[in-house]
Design a protein around this ligand. Structure first.
Ligand SMILES: *[C@@H]1O[C@H](CO)[C@@H](O)[C@H](O)[C@H]1NC(C)=O
Length: 417
């Protein structure tokens, strides 16, 4: 009996897949049942309502159903619970799709991942979370992907600027957090940013600080140029800044009794050279700029567990949206990068093409309809125009005539004077 290489490979792949932990997989494929899994916060009384829909255009009418924000200028707060876990020693992947089909002007498109002890019914903007991840758009200035980690009770924002998608199509956002304290952000299954937690966030106090003991020596000369001591001011340097205008003449009808003593106007002196300054020469004692020596910061205590969250158990949408219509779908939390990528391929990857096509067809249809409407209006307008044309010419003559009249009037008035 022979086992083919292909069989071996698929067996290995199956084993790999079987090892992957999937903590959350929410695709909204079971009708209204999501309402029993998701808990709306009651912290405020006027949160916006989510509804289940695939939106105005989609790749698959059923599979593309997700949670859509349905009321403008509202806060939204809902969350879903899963079996709590720790990501200690494991990779953590957080992934979901966002579709701003409404041409969003200002609103969040991110998720928050909370500790399992979150009181979901009271979830609000200040509820402590572990991770906040995803796109945020407001006007032209804010179009970024947030990656915020809570470390020892403090939220830390990524220092890098990651641009988010701002079109109306569905996009896949993935955050990968590794136990070696590296991370990666993917959009549409393509890496857009990566690096290390220590470098791209300020979790810890800096490694080095300026030595508080070190002081610039008193005799440290950091002047690159100095006055040339041998340079002296020329004797004829000082001239008045303004002089009486030599061309000024006393007016013939000047009456000293009436007008006072006549004085010529002052003008800038062409010979005036300003303040004298000695020439500058290189300073022979120049030592360069003093650099403050640095020492190891005693406050910097390395931590190889910044990435670790002990009790991950809730994923929430805690948002503000001005123009509603965003659809969230395909929430996926796992410890396996490949598994998440494959899930992304099977969901977003499978429907993105047909979704784009449907949107383009709708736009084409709308364009054609508008073209038809314009054509009808144009033919109507053209008929009217033909009738109008004669009148317009007359109108033009009329506007010129009054101008000529005005001219005549001016002449008349002058004559009268
Ligand atoms: C996902 O799809 C891309 C593009 O088709 C492909 O290159 C990649 O191998 C797929 N990933 C997985 C895990 O199937």
């Amino acid at each position: 009996m022979q086992i083919s290489l292909l069989q071996l490979i698929s067996a290995a792949l199956l084993a790999l897949a079987a090892n992957a932990e999937v903590y959350l997989n929410e695709q909204f494929l079971d009708g209204d049942a999501w309402r029993s899994r998701w808990v709306n916060s009651e912290h405020k009384s006027d949160y916006g309502q989510f509804k289940l829909t695939a939106g105005n255009f989609y790749g698959d009418a059923e599979k593309d159903k997700g949670l859509q924000t349905s009321q403008d200028a509202r806060f939204y707060a809902t969350s879903v619970r899963f079996e709590p876990f720790s990501n200690e020693g494991k990779t953590l992947v957080i992934q979901f799709t966002v579709k701003h089909e409404q041409k969003i002007d200002c609103g969040g498109g991110y998720v928050k991942v909370f500790p399992a002890d979150l009181n979901q019914a009271d979830m609000h903007g200040d509820s402590q979370y572990y991770i906040m991840f995803g796109p945020d758009i407001c006007g032209y200035s804010t179009k970024k992907v947030h990656v915020i980690f809570n470390y020892k009770g403090q939220n830390h924002l990524i220092k890098k600027d990651i641009k988010c998608k701002d079109d109306e199509l569905t996009h896949l956002y993935t955050l990968i957090l590794n136990p070696d304290q590296t991370y990666e952000v993917k959009i549409d299954n393509e890496k857009v940013e990566s690096g290390s937690l220590e470098e791209d966030w300020d979790f810890l106090p800096p490694k080095k600080i300026k030595d508080p003991e070190a002081k610039k020596p008193e005799d440290w000369d950091d002047r690159a140029k100095i006055d040339d001591e041998t340079d002296t001011k020329p004797e004829d340097w000082d001239k008045p800044e303004n002089i009486p205008d030599p061309d000024a003449k006393k007016p013939e009808d000047w009456d000293e009794d009436m007008d006072g003593e006549w004085e010529p106007a002052m003008i800038p002196n062409p010979e005036y050279k300003g303040e004298w300054k000695p020439k500058q020469i290189d300073n022979p004692n120049y030592k360069g700029a003093w650099v403050h020596p640095e020492i190891d910061n005693p406050e910097h205590v390395p931590d190889d567990q910044i990435y670790k969250f002990d009790n991950i158990g809730v994923l929430g949408l805690d948002l503000w949206q001005v123009k509603s219509g965003t659809i969230f779908d395909n929430f996926f939390i796992s410890d396996d990068v490949k598994e998440a990528e494959e899930f992304g391929n099977e969901t977003w990857g499978a429907t993105k093409g047909p979704e784009k096509k449907m949107k383009e067809e709708q736009e084409e249809k709308k364009r054609k309809e508008e073209e038809e409407k314009n054509k009808e209006q144009n033919t109507e307008a053209a008929d009217e125009e033909e009738e109008d044309e004669g009148e317009e010419e007359e109108e033009e003559d009329e506007t010129e005539e009054p101008q000529e009249d005005e001219g005549d009037e001016d002449v008349l008035q002058k004559d009268e004077l």
